[in-house]
Design a protein around this ligand. Sequence first.
Ligand code: PLP
Length: 366
Amino acid sequence: MYSKPVLKQLKPYAQGKQTDEIKTAYNLDRVVKLSSNENPYGYSEKVKEYFTTYIPDFNVYPDGYATQLRQTITDKLQINESQIVFGSGADEMIQTICRAFLSPEVNTVMAKPTFTQYKQGAVIEGATVKEIPTQNGYHDLDKMFQAIDDQTSIVWICSPDNPTGTFLERERLLAFLDQCPKNVLVVLDEAYYEFVSEAATYDTLSLLKTYDNLILLRTFSKAYGLAGLRIGYGLMHESIATKLNIVRGPFNTTKMSQDMAVIAFKDDQFVNDVISQNQYVKGEFQLFLDDIGWPYYDTETNFILVKTPMSGTEVFEYLIRNGFIVRPGEMLGYPDTVRITIGLESEMEELKKCLYKLHVQINKEV
Ligand SMILES: Cc1ncc(COP(=O)(O)O)c(C=O)c1O
């Protein structure tokens, strides 16, 4: 059977281990999943309440234009209706962007390592991928700019970045956008944008007024806690949106995900609580890491990439035996690290105890 020859070089996305799988394999009663940067606080109570009386017409197709959700978002963000495209998560947006803007004739520039799906999508479309090594976990925007040539179609910027959590300062981003040729699409993946601290954050939405070649990617999966519903969106100039709307499936988001996202988007209190609690628990965890002398990358997200005194895979295996699932950095392009989602305060207290034991054990051996 014919398939794109390039598929022979690629593997399906290797997802983090599932909780039940680990419970059975390691004979554990309780497993804490800190591997996929999900929201440990769940999601808005208003969504839960709404859901109890919700009887959607599953027999009819959803509104492919997502009219109500579109209006809810445009009202709050004060942008034009034609500037939004929805996807089944930011993941599908990335796929759609690749499909629309990449082909074997062009190249695309991204950091190395960064979120894996940009490269996956680009390679499937046959585009040449130019990967620019990160500097201390930050995108090297100067080198990324230098990599742009006449055949460059897309530059991907993940800020805050996954897997490091680093966030690009406004001046650096603006300097890049100012230099970048206007015919090159810049995709700014802001999946974790809500988590950026008040001290560091700045308004990226207004950049759409100046840069017609910019897409901002956002999602309901992280701060809103709706990862299981699969809904995200891109904000962009109308001319780009038109192209993505040609490529995307006509009914690519479900009625249920649209309806729940409408409720979730209006519940600022829930998101604000999540953000402040994440900030607090993350700060406490950073203090603990400082105490045991394990360095970590700067992070403006709900996860942290920790430098480990042994391979990340060994730390991952130690933690999994103790009921914590994290991501070994070896899988993410950062050897000798683990990426840990910031969980609930109680979960992180348990994790600290567990890591402390490992720290003591290592020091005994030395
Ligand atoms: C940087 C980044 N972009 C996009 C996504 C995809 O998010 P979604 O759940 O909206 O598909 C993720 C998910 O982890 C991510 O980390």
